[in-house]
Design a protein around this ligand. Structure first.
Ligand code: ADP
Ligand code: MG
Length: 320
């Protein structure tokens, strides 16, 4: 199977590659053609996933397709954006029909869940890696950035944390868990659901937002730095899922939640007056701390004392 046959069979033919909405022209020409509604701005982000770094190899094609797109679209959620389209630069060691078919199905499932279309890409031979660029739109001036947190704001997250980090030893075949626990945690690792609707609901309310990819504390550090404030995290307020606590115990579950990566939940700061309207609309929001003047991210115990925290998150180029 040649390059063009591969593109035609697995990508151009995928349901998510059909033109429509803002995508006027998709796969097959030199470029895709997208329209942007008047008074909206384009939101763009790129992510690369490398075999052996971001996912194990060999790797189930379906699960990888789902996860790769979810991880990328999560960045659009963090900006309060509505997805439009994505491109896929795929480097493959070989063209294996069964694997490619499963991969394209995984992409399709997540693309349908996120209402995003495959606009194009590039296909090359080499060690397995994927680069996805996602495009979204946001009403002009309303994108949610990391830079607006103010002292007095609440620090919130959009759901339980730590399940994907807890699942990592299962993904790598280094641990085993009871079947129902394994299913729940592995689902959070392999098919995180980008919090698009929550992100859009936070427009005009949240003062700073990001999606947690490298660990709560590490990522909160980005808000603290961009906003020029300190973030205080109350240890006992961090939401943990029962399956994780039961399996690992409370201390290790908490460590997964604070420093483990791959959550893809939103973390955001919110003026206190904005909490009630969001909660009334039933958004899954947990207040885990607050913003103060100062710098850095600090974890507080039940008495409000600052705790020393050893591990804060994942960093590809950390020297330790
Ligand atoms: P060019 O050489 O002009 O860059 P290519 O031969 O790389 O074009 O790609 C042909 C068409 O197929 C383009 O529309 C491109 O966007 C699309 N394409 C290539 N690889 C992929 C892929 N992995 N997923 C989706 N579309 C792809
Ligand atoms: Mg090309």
């Amino acid at each position: 199977m040649g390059e063009f046959e591969l593109i035609r069979r697995y990508f151009a033919a995928a349901a998510c590659a059909r033109a429509g909405g803002e995508m006027l022209l998709g796969i097959g020409d030199d470029c895709a053609l997208l329209s942007l509604p008047a008074a909206e701005q384009l939101v763009v982000s790129t992510d690369t996933l490398v075999a052996g770094v971001h996912f194990p190899e060999p790797c189930d094609g379906f699960l990888l397709g789902q996860r790769a797109l979810a991880v990328s679209v999560s960045d659009l959620a963090a900006m309060g954006a509505t997805p439009i389209a994505f491109t896929l630069a795929l480097t493959l060691p070989a063209a294996e029909p069964a694997w490619l078919e499963a991969f394209a199905r995984g992409l399709d499932v997540m693309a349908a869940a996120c209402s995003i279309r495959l606009a194009g890409g590039d296909t090359t031979r080499g060690p397995l890696s994927l680069t996805l660029t996602v495009l979204g739109r946001v009403p002009a001036g309303q994108a949610l950035t990391r830079a607006g947190a103010r002292p007095g704001d609440l620090l919130c997250v959009g759901g339980t944390l730590g399940e994907a980090a807890g699942a990592l030893p299962l993904v790598l075949g280094q641990a085993q868990a009871p079947e129902t626990t394994a299913l729940e945690l592995l689902a959070r690792y392999w098919s995180p659901q980008p919090q698009l609707a929550l992100g859009q609901a936070l427009r005009g309310r949240a003062s700073a937002v990001l999606d947690i990819s490298d660990g709560l504390l590490a990522d909160c550090g980005h808000i603290a730095e961009a906003s020029g404030v300190a973030l205080l995290v109350e240890r006992d307020a961090v939401p943990l899922c029962a399956a994780l606590v039961e399996w690992l115990g409370p201390a290790r579950a908490l460590e997964c939640a604070l420093a483990g990566g791959d959550d893809y939940r939103l973390a955001f700061t919110l003026p206190p007056a904005d909490l009630a309207p969001l909660r009334e609309a039933l958004w899954p929001i947990t207040v885990i701390g607050r913003v103060e003047a100062g710098s850095g991210v600090h974890v507080l115990d039940a008495c409000g004392q600052r705790l020393a925290v050893a591990r804060r998150g994942y960093n590809h180029f950390a020297s330790d």
